[in-house]
Design a protein around this ligand. Structure first.
Ligand code: SF4
Ligand code: SF4
Length: 147
């Protein structure tokens, strides 16, 4: 059986609850610690473990990557595309190295799998664009300077 309770005017309009909520809001507004920052004038320092934009490491101007295909194999988003070539000294290298960053979930598995410490994820997080972004080898090599 449905029991109906009579509610007073205060309860009907939630006046007490409203005042309690307003008190908390005012307390936070006047005495609370500011947690927001004035971006882009102010920047937050993220942890070194933050996984942002990729880059390819190079030694003496030559990319560390030997096109072993481990990173495209482990990538769960299948967003790495590599075409391998061979140098005159028979060393393999990536003729093409592309990352479709729109598909990437920044899991860091490519970095973990790389035996040559070639592909890395930097702390750069400003990657928004108005178009579909595919990072190519030259661009990825340039980004190492921004780390
Ligand atoms: S971070 Fe993850 S999803 Fe992105 S390219 Fe590397 S393995 Fe693929
Ligand atoms: S970046 Fe590393 S894992 Fe990927 S193909 Fe090159 S050497 Fe292999």
């Amino acid at each position: 059986m449905l029991v109906k309770h009579k509610r007073g005017l205060f309860q009907r309009f939630y006046v007490v609850e409203l005042l309690k909520g307003l008190t908390i809001t005012m307390k936070n507004m006047l005495f609370g610690k500011t947690v927001t920052i004035q971006y882009p004038e102010e920047r937050r320092n993220y942890s070194g473990r933050f996984r942002g934009m990729h880059y390819i490491k190079a030694t003496n101007g030559v990319e560390n990557c030997t096109a072993c295909m481990l990173c495209p194999t482990v990538c769960p988003a299948e967003c790495i595309h590599i075409e391998a070539g061979e140098r005159p000294d028979k060393e393999k290298y990536p003729v093409k190295f592309e990352i479709d960053v729109l598909r990437c979930c920044f899991c860091g598995m490519c970095e973990e799998a790389c035996p040559k410490d070639a592909i890395k994820l930097s702390t750069i997080y400003e990657m928004s664009t108005e178009h579909r972004e595919v990072y190519e080898k030259d661009y990825l090599l340039e980004q190492r300077g921004n780390k």
